[in-house]
Design a protein around this ligand. Structure first.
Ligand SMILES: Cc1cc2nc3c(=O)[nH]c(=O)nc-3n(C[C@H](O)[C@H](O)[C@H](O)COP(=O)(O)OP(=O)(O)OC[C@H]3O[C@@H](n4cnc5c(N)ncnc54)[C@H](O)[C@@H]3O)c2cc1C
Length: 448
C-alpha cells in the first residue's frame, strides 16, 4: 500500500522517494562545499548541500584543531568568505581565532581557531543564508543527458532519493560523481601514489613553552630514539607538533599512514584503526620523552583519518608546478596562494616543505582548473582541482578550498543568469563579481 505524507511517498516500510529540485546542488560539505553552498545561497539560488558525514568541514572536521594555512599570501588576507569567517571568529569575546606565524619553514602566517566554535559558526552561516543542508546524505550516481547532469541519485536513512539540479558543484574531495559523469581523472601522481593520510590528536595540559623550547620543529633527535627502541613507528621520524589555539594545548599532525586509497572505504577504515594505535603510542612517547608533556593527556583524536589526495579531475586547464614557480597570475585567477610544496609521504616516508614562490611572491589559481571540458552544468572545487602533483601539493590549503567553492558558485550564478555553459562564463564578469565579494589579489588588483 502507498501512503503520502508531506509530499514524501512511502513505497515500502524502508524506502522513501521524493521528487526534489534545486538550482544548485553542492556535493560535499568540506571547506570547498561550505564556500560553494554559502555563496550560491547568498547570491539568490536555491541550494541543496549533501554531506555524507554528520559534520561540516570535511578534512577540517576529521582533524579537529588543524590550522587554516595560506590565508595570508604576502601577509595579506585573501579576503572573501575566508576573511569573513576569520573576522567573525576574531571579533568574538573572547576571540575564537588568532593569526599566528607558522613554526615550519616556508609557510606564511596561519589561523588557529577553536574547532567547535568555528564549525558552529560555519553551520550558522549556512543556516542564515538559507542553504538546505542534508547531513548523512551520500550522492551516488549522476543521470547524464548528453553533456548535462539531469539528476543525481543519493541516499539517506530514508532510502534512495533523486534530486534534479540546474547546476552541480562537486566538492566531495574524491570526485565520485564527476568521475561517474565521465570527467577523466588521475588518482594521485602519474604512478598512482597518493599522499599519506593522517590521524590527528591534541595533547592538553602541556607546558607549551617547555615543549617548544627545542628549536627543532620536528623533534628529530628524540624521535630517532623512540624509533630505535621500538616505541614509535618508523614513519614517525619527524614529529610535527604545533601550539594549539587554547593555552597548554598542542596539536599533533604527525601520524601518517602510507599506501592508503582514500576512495576505498576498507582502506580508510584500516588506516583509521592503525592510526589509533600509533597515536596512542605517540602520546605515551611524548609524555615520557619530550619535556613539557609529563602530565599532558590526549584529546580530540580524529574520528577518521584525514585524506589529503585522491582524484585530481581533468579541467579546461591543469595547473602545473611551473605555473606556480613562475608566480603566474592568470586572467581567470580566483584566489591568491603562496603555500610551499607540502608533499607528504607519497612513496617513501619523506616530506617536503620546499618553497614554490620566492621573494614573498604569490600565484593565483585559475577558474578553468575547476571546470570540466565537456559537461555543461558541472564544476568542481577543493582538493579535486585539476593540477599536477607538484601544484596540487601547494594549492590544497583550506582557505584556497573555501575560495574555490566561492568562485564556482559565483560562476554558477553567472551561467544560470545568462543561460550559458559553465565553460562559457565570461572570466572578466567572474573576477569582477569575486572582487565585489571582497576577494583580494585578482585581476588588476595585486596583493602587494
Ligand atoms: C592531515 C591533513 C593535514 C592538513 N593540514 C592542513 C593545514 O594545516 N592547513 C590547511 O589549510 N590545509 C591542510 N590540509 C589540506 C586541507 O585540509 C584539505 O585540502 C581541504 O580541507 C580539502 O577540502 P575539500 O572541501 O576539497 O575536501 P574535504 O575536506 O575532503 O571534504 C569533502 C566532503 O565531501 C563529503 N563527501 C564525499 N563524498 C561524498 C558524497 N558522495 N556525497 C556527499 N558527501 C560526500 C565528505 O564527507 C567531506 O565532508 C591538510 C589535509 C590533511 C588530510
Amino acid at each position: 500500500m502507498t501512503t503520502t505524507t508531506n509530499s514524501i511517498t512511502q513505497t515500502t516500510p524502508k524506502q522513501t522517494t521524493q521528487m526534489q529540485t534545486t538550482d544548485l546542488l553542492v556535493i560535499g560539505g568540506g571547506t570547498a562545499g561550505f564556500g560553494a553552498a554559502l555563496t550560491g545561497a547568498r547570491l539568490g539560488l536555491s541550494v541543496t548541500l549533501l554531506e555524507a558525514s554528520s559534520k561540516i568541514g570535511g578534512v577540517m572536521a576529521a582533524c579537529p584543531g588543524m590550522p587554516w594555512g595560506a590565508a595570508y599570501p604576502c601577509d595579506t588576507m585573501i579576503g572573501g568568505l575566508m576573511g569573513e569567517l576569520a573576522d567573525r571568529l576574531f571579533a568574538m569575546t573572547p576571540p575564537a581565532a588568532e593569526k599566528r606565524a607558522c613554526t615550519l619553514e616556508n609557510f606564511g602566517a596561519e589561523i588557529q581557531y577553536d574547532h567547535d566554535i568555528a564549525t558552529t559558526t560555519m553551520f550558522e552561516m549556512l543556516e542564515e543564508a538559507g542553504v538546505d543542508l542534508r547531513l548523512g546524505a551520500v550522492a551516488t550516481t549522476p543521470d547524464m543527458h548528453d553533456t548535462r547532469i539531469a539528476s543525481v541519485a543519493y541516499f539517506d536513512r530514508h532510502g534512495a532519493q533523486t534530486i534534479t539540479p540546474k547546476m552541480v558543484i562537486d566538492c566531495s574531495g574524491d570526485g565520485d560523481i564527476s568521475a561517474k559523469a565521465g570527467v577523466p581523472y588521475e588518482l594521485g601522481d602519474a604512478s598512482g601514489n597518493m599522499m599519506g593520510v593522517t590521524l590527528t590528536f591534541m595533547m592538553v595540559g602541556a607546558d607549551v613553552d617547555k615543549v617548544f623550547a627545542d628549536p627543532d620543529p620536528y623533534f628529530t633527535r628524540q624521535a630517532a630514539i623512540g624509533i630505535a627502541e621500538g616505541r614509535l613507528h618508523p614513519d614517525l621520524s619527524q614529529l610535527y607538533l604545533m601550539r594549539g589555539f587554547h593555552p597548554n594545548t598542542v596539536f599533533c599532525n604527525s601520524v601518517v599512514i602510507r599506501g592508503v586509497d582514500g576512495t576505498n572505504p576498507t582502506d580508510v577504515t584500516r588506516a583509521t584503526q592503525e592510526g589509533r594505535r600509533r597515536c596512542l603510542q605517540m602520546a605515551a612517547f611524548l609524555r615520557t620523552d619530550i619535556p613539557g608533556f609529563e602530565t599532558a593527556r590526549m584529546m580530540n583524536l580524529g574520528p577518521t583519518v584525514g585524506v589529503r589526495e585522491t582524484r585530481k579531475l581533468e579541467g579546461m586547464y591543469r595547473v602545473t608546478g611551473a605555473d606556480l614557480a613562475a608566480h603566474r597570475k592568470f586572467p581567470d585567477g580566483i584566489v591568491a596562494c603562496d603555500n610551499p610544496i607540502d608533499d607528504v609521504m607519497r612513496t617513501d616516508a619523506s616530506m617536503t616543505h620546499d618553497a614554490i614562490v620566492s621573494d614573498g611572491g604569490y600565484y593565483t589559481i585559475p577558474f578553468r582548473a575547476l571546470v570540466p571540458q565537456k559537461i555543461e552544468n558541472l564544476m568542481f572545487a577543493g582538493r579535486i582541482i585539476s593540477a599536477d602533483p607538484t601544484a596540487f601539493a601547494s594549492v590544497r590549503g583550506m582557505p584556497q578550498c573555501i575560495a574555490m567553492g566561492q568562485a564556482t558558485a559565483t560562476a554558477a550564478v553567472l551561467a544560470l543568469r545568462a543561460d550559458v555553459r559553465v565553460q562559457d562564463v565570461p572570466h572578466n564578469d567572474l573576477i569582477t563579481a569575486l572582487q565585489a565579494q571582497g576577494v583580494k589579489g585578482l585581476g588588476q588588483d595585486p596583493l602587494a
